[in-house]
Design a protein around this ligand. Structure first.
Ligand SMILES: C[S@@+](CC[C@H](N)C(=O)[O-])C[C@H]1O[C@@H](n2cnc3c(N)ncnc32)[C@H](O)[C@@H]1O
Length: 350
């Protein structure tokens, strides 16, 4: 067995702490972990069992999620009383001591929790995707058939049931349990589009099963403990998706899309959409999906148009995501907006 470079592992925790600056409790836990790894510590015993300690495995986020999960499950009352997500009062200065106790008492649970990669579904992205859907509905004047690839739990498939509140407009109904505040600038999307979603389905390699308490709680555990608003809106979106019966198939996007695009859908606009997933595709898969969508686009008619809506960082650049729409017949790609990763702001192109 090769020796573990604990200083390098500690550095991944320190780096993640810098990325989590918006969450003081996460910073405290991650910095505590980084310091603990300098010598013998229960955290080392836990991490020795992890198969992959490289940066790509995002082990610090796995540890953060595991510790949060114990608190959410009610098995760490002292830690929970310091975490807003668990009804506690934020107190970052005491979080690490309480976390260390959790690492000692829940060693086995935490070690096993690390085996799965963090899995999230950011419903705030619907605030940006909204503009693309409204543009498609306006331009095609047809009902929408939604096909989402890399859908995770499928929460963005219910975008039309959410309310988006911006400084210049509000879209959606007051009854919506999911309110997405968004700092929008630039020309607003066509807000008066008539929207009628007739199908909403998605696929994911590792879908979150909303009927499973375990899956729902796991998804919540990866939200930072200070982000109560995010947690609340995820829970409200989960309730909406379960009411609508949204289904996400366990499938590779390449195979799933090939099957879906083989089914003709006259009288509807078929919308293939995805957010923050393209970077995870193998190059061959990305090429195959690109080709399949373009081939379907070439077959499109005004009665059966094809739309490709993507919210992704441009190229391999880690910069802010771009919202791009390609609509066939025609097939011209348009950059509609730039957006914050979680939809906190959207800059619409003028
Ligand atoms: C960062 S998550 C984004 C999830 C969701 N689109 C969102 O915006 O919240 C990326 C998702 O892509 C999925 N994924 C990666 N490669 C895939 C593939 N080849 N086919 C289907 N899903 C894939 C992952 O399982 C993961 O759920």
């Amino acid at each position: 067995m090769t020796a573990i470079d604990w200083m390098a592992v500690a550095e991944t925790f320190s780096q993640q702490a810098r990325f989590c600056a918006a969450s003081p409790s996460s910073v405290a836990i991650l910095q505590g972990c980084a310091a603990a790894l300098a010598g013998p510590h229960v955290l080392r015993d836990i991490l020795i069992e992890a198969h992959d300690l490289t940066r790509a495995a995002a082990v610090p986020l796995r540890v953060l999620g595991a510790v949060h999960r114990v608190a959410l499950d009610g098995r760490a009352p002292e830690l929970a009383q310091l975490l807003p997500s668990c009804g506690g009062i934020a107190n970052a200065s005491r979080v690490w001591a309480a976390t260390e106790d959790v690492l000692k008492t829940e060693t086995r649970f935490i070690a096993s929790y690390l085996a799965r990669a963090p899995q999230t579904n950011e419903v705030g992205r619907s605030a940006a995707l909204l503009g693309g859907f409204l543009t498609i509905a306006t331009e095609t004047k047809l009902p929408l058939r939604l096909l989402e690839i890399g859908a995770s739990a499928g929460l963005n498939l219910s975008w039309d049931r959410y309310r988006v509140t911006t400084p210049s407009f509000v879209w959606g109904t007051p009854e919506s349990g999911v309110d997405l505040p968004c700092d929008c600038t630039g020309a607003a999307p066509p807000l008066n589009a008539g929207v009628n979603v007739i199908e909403r389905t998605g696929c994911d390699l590792a879908p979150i099963d909303l009927a499973s308490t375990e899956d729902r709680r796991r998804m919540e555990s990866y939200i930072w403990a200070d982000q109560v608003d995010r947690l609340d809106r995820m829970r409200a979106a989960v309730a909406t998706a379960r009411r609508l019966g949204v289904l996400v198939d366990r499938a590779d996007a390449r195979d799933w899309l090939a099957r879906k695009l083989a089914i003709p859908a006259p009288g509807a606009a078929t919308v293939i959409f995805h957010s923050i997933m393209w970077q995870y595709l193998l190059p061959d898969t990305a090429t195959a999906i690109d080709r399949a969508i373009r081939a379907a686009g070439e077959r499109a008619t005004s009665d059966a148009p094809i739309a490709w809506l993507a919210m992704e960082p441009p190229g391999r650049d880690p910069g802010m995501p771009e919202l791009a729409l390609t609509l066939w017949p025609g097939g011209e790609r348009r950059a509609l907006a730039h957006a914050h990763f979680h939809g906190a702001w959207v800059k619409w192109a003028n």
